[in-house]
Structure formats: C-alpha cells, structure tokens
Design a protein around this ligand. Sequence first.
Ligand code: SF4
Length: 350
Amino acid sequence: MSARECVIPVFVPHQGCPHRCVFCDQRRISGSRESATAETVRQAIEAAAALPPCGAKRQLAFYGGSFTAIPAKRQEELLAAAAEAIGRGALDAIRLSTRPDAIDGEVLERLRRFGVETVELGAQSMDDKVLRLSGRGHTAADVERAAAAIKAAGFRLVLQMMTGLPGDSDEKDMETARRLIDLRPDGARIYPTVIVRGTPLWELWKRGEYREHTVEDAVRVCAKLLPLFEEACVPVIRLGLNPTEELSGGEAAGGAYHPALGELVKSRVMLEKMRMLLAGTPQDSRVVLGAAERSLSQAIGQKKENLLALRREFGLRDAKVVPAAVEEGEILLLSVENGGEILYNNSVIS
Ligand code: SF4
C-alpha cells in the first residue's frame, strides 16, 4: 500500500465464510469479536474523522470475512453506510476482501453500484492439493476466474497468498507467486502461516500431522518471493500478519508469527545481494559495502547478523556497510582490501 493511503478497517469476522479454513480464526487474528453493522461503519468513519488528517486517501476496508458471500441485504446495508460517507466527502474509497468462489457478475455489479474501488481476493495457494488440505473449498481455477472478472469489471485487484500451508513447499510457493503475478494484480499480500490456538491446524500440529512453518522458513521463502513481485512491479503491501495483543499474548501458538517479519525478509533479501557481490572475494579481506541511509539497518541485519554471516561464509577479516548514494534496497560494493592492496569496486546490485 502506498504511503498515501489511510485505511479504516471494519471487521466482519467470518461473515459469509461457508466454513472455516484450517488455519483461520479471525476473532483471534483480528482481535475483533463483534460483527459489523451499518452503525459500526458510521462510528469507524466518525472516529477516523476525529483524528488529525492523514493527508491521504481515506479508505474504508471490510476485512476478516468473505464479504461478497454475506447475504446481499446485509452487504448493501454496510456498503450504503460507507457510500453515504463518500457522498458527503467524509471518505474517499471502499475496499473489501473476499473468497474467489464468491465472485460473479451479480456480485460485481452490486460492488460497482456502491462505489467499491478495490477487491482483495484470498487466493492463498495456486496448488489444488494445498488448497484442499487447507480446507479452502475452492480451486486455483476459481482464483483465475475471479481475478479476471474483477479486472474486467474495472476494480483494483489485490491478491493474497500464504506460505507454509499443509502440503506446501518453497517451490509451490514460488509457483503460486508466479501464477498470481500472471493475473496482473495491483498489489499483493503475503501471509506466512501462523498456527493460531484453537484452529484445526493447531490440532494437526499437536498431533504431529503438520510441520510448523517457522519464522526462519518464512524468511527464507519470502526472501525469494519478494523479488519476484518487485521485478513484476507488483507492490507487496503487507508481509506477515498484523501484530495484535491476542497473537503476541499467546494465541499464536507457533508458526511464522513475528511482529517485524517484513523487516526480517527485506534484511534477508539484502544479505542475498551482498552474497552475490562478494562471490570470489579472497579470504581475510576487509570489505566495505554501501547502502542508502534508509536501508542501512536492513543491510546490517538485526544484531548485525548479516555482517556476521558474511564474515563467516567468506572468511572475511571485516565487513561493514556505510551510507552511500544508491537507491533504497540497492547494495554497492565499495572496496575490498587484501594484503595491503585495496581494490575499489563500485558494483551495484539493485
Ligand atoms: S481464510 Fe477467509 S474464507 Fe477462510 S475462514 Fe478465514 S476469513 Fe473465512
């Protein structure tokens, strides 16, 4: 999501969901237990209006359920409350999330009537076996069909995928990302699987029938996925579940829950770039790398873990990263000193 958007979330926990997907408990994930009403929508807009202006597009977002599978009359009540706020200038746009098998011409016509701008589709995986084991109740073909219909009707499309689901692998996650990119979304969200207490996945994990997707597993695979989306110019607007008191307080029993997962992944992407730049560097060298001021901490890594890894893997005497005039996310190899000889380099990896 660009910095020019501010989102007013209204949760519709599990409303419209035909069943529970094995990993999901929206009440624990979002911390929201009440189902939204038109009054909730009005109150959320009023509360946002009372805050200092965010200087950006104000979007009301219906999250946490399968919005377009909620009974039509109920959808219309919620959408009408938001549309009324757009009409009087208190809101700029409406977005919502839903399931691929809850999209058809009639649904899209309703969303258009109320001025919805963005539809977020929970694809989760493009592997039918993973979808089946995760209890999703739809196929990859449903994702393709729904995404095409949303684009053709002129909505902005955001696709959500998960990593580490039952039956999943890094290769399947990469293939899912490629197939989602082919659907030309305007944005993507990546949610590595978290084992939420009380869900069927938690039961499977306790019985040893599901192998936990750890934070390290998520960082490894997401560091491969992020460059795929970036190269295709698809902005990844969220990586990892939003931290909540419930999840941090123990509802996340295992899996890839980390309050700063996105930062960990970006830091790993930087490490991969530095590894490429340093290939062939003689042992015992002292190397100086450069990064944009805003990327310095990601390049160095938490507790300097990237620098320590480079020293260890390349047998370096020293490795440091200094501020340099490069783009955010780029890495520059400034110099390599070995046996008193200094090689100035200046190769950049973006
Ligand atoms: S993942 Fe989406 S469709 Fe599945 S139970 Fe949760 S909110 Fe409903």
